[in-house]
Structures are given as structure tokens and as C-alpha cells.
Write a protein that binds this ligand. Structure first.
Ligand SMILES: O=c1nc[nH]c2c1ncn2[C@H]1C[C@H](O)[C@@H](COP(=O)(O)OP(=O)(O)OP(=O)(O)O)O1
Ligand SMILES: [Mg+2]
Length: 196
């Protein structure tokens, strides 16, 4: 089985990508080398995904490595698309998923409403010695001012996918697997991986 090194330290992403890339041996880079800080200072998901994939490819020092990165986030319409690329740091530099979730619910509530249209974006970058490629996927739905359920990660307890009436925290993980931003992007990434 071909090895696919993930340039991420997010356990939720690793879990989902392992399920969605069954034909590969999916290995987070921190299983191979020590975790190091990667500054995600670009202004698009795509460029930030490339920054992560390139940084890990270089740090591995293994010419034949195939490295994949995911840069993703949630954009809320009533907040003009915030937090977007800043999703991981929305509650401050040291914020964790819970802090970020709480701040986003508060900021929507501060607009005097209890829900807003929103969407997730995932950019996936693949870097090898020969290629640098990116693909995207999106999931539309509604962001709530109340968190429900324990499933998924990040903002999932406050996000209801289009066509459903429960949050990704409450729904079976199969639903997210079928229609998430990440699964759509990974489906396209799979075509690139096959062509290598
Ligand atoms: O399916 C998702 N369900 C819920 N929340 C999600 C999802 N996808 C992204 N998110 C949130 C989590 C984090 O607040 C931000 C990603 O930030 P992002 O920089 O891409 O990831 P990260 O810093 O957690 O790990 P890393 O950069 O090492 O891959 O968007
Ligand atoms: Mg990050």
C-alpha cells in the first residue's frame, strides 16, 4: 500500500482522512518526525495548504514522499464570511476547538439572530518531487448559536448541513463522510494520487 504523509496535527482531520483514503497507508507526519510549527500566513485556503504540504515535504527529506495537507474552515454569511481562513485562531492564538466554537456562536448571537447560512471550505494540497497540486470542496448549511452533539470536531456541533435538521455533532458520521467539504476535496485528490 502506498504511503501518504499528512501535513497536519489535527486529530479530527487525520481520523476522517484515514476513513476516506482506505487505499493508502495514511500517516500523520508527526509519526515520522517531530512536530514543528508551520506559519500559515497566506490569504487563501489553497496557499495555506501548499505552505503546510511543502514544509512537511522538505522536513521529511525523503525524495519519494507523497505529502498531503488540508487547510479548511467555516465561513458564516452574517459575519461576511468570517472566520474563514482564520477559523483555527478565531478565539485567539491559543484557542482550542471549544473556545473557537463558543466565540463563533456568540458573534452570531450578537447580530440578534439564532442562525445564519454558512459553509465549510477544504483545500487539499498534494506535494511530491514532481508535482504541486490543489483541489477544493465545500459543504453548505446553517450555523446555529447553540452547540448540539459530540460528533465530529471543531465547529461541527453548531453546523447543520443543507437538507438535514440536526448538527454534525448529532448526525451519524456517515452523513459527514458522504457530503463534507473534506470528502469532496479528497475525492478529487484521489484522482491526482492515482495519476502519480
Ligand atoms: O470538518 C470540519 N468540522 C469542524 N470544524 C472544521 C472542519 N474543518 C475545518 N474545521 C475548523 C477547525 C479549525 O478551527 C479550522 C481548520 O484550521 P486549519 O489550519 O486548516 O487546521 P488545524 O490548524 O486544526 O490543523 P493543521 O493546520 O495542522 O492541519 O477549521
Ligand atoms: Mg492550522
Amino acid at each position: 500500500m502506498k504511503k501518504l504523509v499528512l501535513a497536519t496535527s489535527n486529530k479530527g482531520k487525520v481520523r476522517e482522512i484515514k476513513v476516506l483514503c482506505k487505499e493508502y497507508e495514511v500517516v500523520p507526519y508527526t509519526d515520522i518526525i517531530d512536530a514543528f510549527e508551520i506559519i500559515e500566513d497566506a490569504d487563501t485556503f489553497k496557499e495555506n495548504a501548499l505552505i503546510k504540504a511543502r514544509a512537511v515535504y522538505k522536513a521529511l527529506g525523503e525524495e519519494d514522499a507523497v505529502v498531503m495537507a488540508d487547510d479548511s474552515g467555516i465561513s458564516v454569511d452574517i459575519l461576511d464570511g468570517a472566520p474563514g481562513i482564520y477559523s483555527a485562531r478565531y478565539g485567539g492564538e491559543d484557542a482550542d476547538d471549544k473556545d473557537n466554537l463558543k466565540k463563533l456562536m456568540q458573534d452570531i448571537k450578537a447580530k440578534g439572530i439564532t442562525s445564519s447560512p454558512a459553509h465549510y471550505t477544504a483545500a487539499i494540497a498534494i506535494v511530491t518531487k514532481d508535482i504541486e497540486k490543489t483541489v477544493h470542496g465545500w459543504m453548505h448549511g446553517t450555523a446555529l448559536t447553540e452547540a448540539k452533539g459530540e460528533g465530529g470536531f471543531g465547529y461541527d456541533p453548531m453546523f447543520v448541513p443543507l437538507g438535514y435538521d440536526k448538527t454534525l455533532g448529532e448526525l451519524d458520521e456517515k452523513v459527514k463522510k458522504e457530503l463534507s467539504h473534506r470528502s469532496k476535496a479528497l475525492n478529487l485528490a484521489g484522482k491526482i494520487l492515482k495519476s502519480l
